[in-house]
Write a protein that binds this ligand. Sequence first.
Ligand SMILES: Nc1nc2c(c(=O)[nH]1)N[C@H]1C(S)=C(S)[C@@H](COP(=O)(O)O)O[C@H]1N2
Ligand SMILES: [Mo]
Length: 332
Amino acid sequence: MPNNSTPKILPSEITDEQDYLNRREFLRLAGVATAGALLSTACQADVSNAAATAGKPAGESNFSGGSLGKLQKSPFSTDEKPNSYEDITTYNNFYEFGTGKDDPHRNSKDFVSKPWTVTIAGECDKPGAYDFDDLMKKSTLEERIYRLRCVEAWSMIVPWVGISMATLLKRFEPNSRAKFVKFTTLHDPEQMPTQRRRILDWPYVEGLTIAEAMNPLTIMVVGVYGKVLPNQNGAPLRLMVPWKYGFKSIKSIVHIEFTEKQPLNTWQISAPQEYGFYANVNPDVDHPRWSQARERRIGTGLFGEKIPTLMFNGYGEHIAHLYSGLDLAKHF
Ligand SMILES: Nc1nc2c(c(=O)[nH]1)N[C@H]1C(S)=C(S)[C@@H](COP(=O)(O)O)O[C@H]1N2
Ligand SMILES: [Mo]
């Protein structure tokens, strides 16, 4: 499949566009006919009405839309040059607002993310409905400049603003049966136009092991470039696990559930032979239809050259121990 071996077709943009069209084409062909049957129904009732609809003018987010103030710097930040705000906010994957990279920022302008309630359920002692602003009042905001590697073989450097996921989750007092954490995106077809079409199994869901969720690298993102998170990037709160392919970092979260069993995730439901639960960035394990050895850094590589992809996206020293003894080719 697509790689750099055809010199006549110069820009790698074409290659990437092909990969991405292939991903969409796959969805069309697969028809997600069986997806509905596999959907866990555990939290659907909880999530469907979680987005409030009243209050703020269209497009305005929490923290009244502006600067997030003073941020704690982090030793986990890379010193690579961040992508521009423009790149980060106009080249997106957020299928709820369209399948094109250019769709989310255009189609999410009127998305209402305030007030916002996150429901907590499952294996914990403090389940319930939590107001997002209340949760934020008690949180220390940090800047985390991370590499973001999409499974489609492009990447960016993003200066996220976030809070420690471990600190957040511990507030809900997970019990000893909490082996996994499941996250669910808002389901609101009125606001999210693509949810009116069954191209994916809505709402979008994701999951981590409890150890992955509690790892110091894992954050709940609430901003970018020191400002409130734009809708297209997953306002008001989204996951960021920098050593995994981008699709794990689920956006616009309304429900968090501690589970004993490994949860399914949306892309795995859609194409289990192509997308697994772990989805660790791994240059040695190719996607069935393209190589994962290299990536196109958005905003660079005028002539289409790609840079090598790093094992665990370069974060191995912090998380490789989580996978010792695991066959990463099998558990992709
Ligand atoms: N709910 C939801 N979350 C999502 C997606 C999506 O389509 N829906 N796309 C994922 C993918 S494939 C990637 S690469 C990242 C992109 O994040 P960004 O647009 O902020 O760069 O979001 C992830 N989170
Ligand atoms: Mo992605």
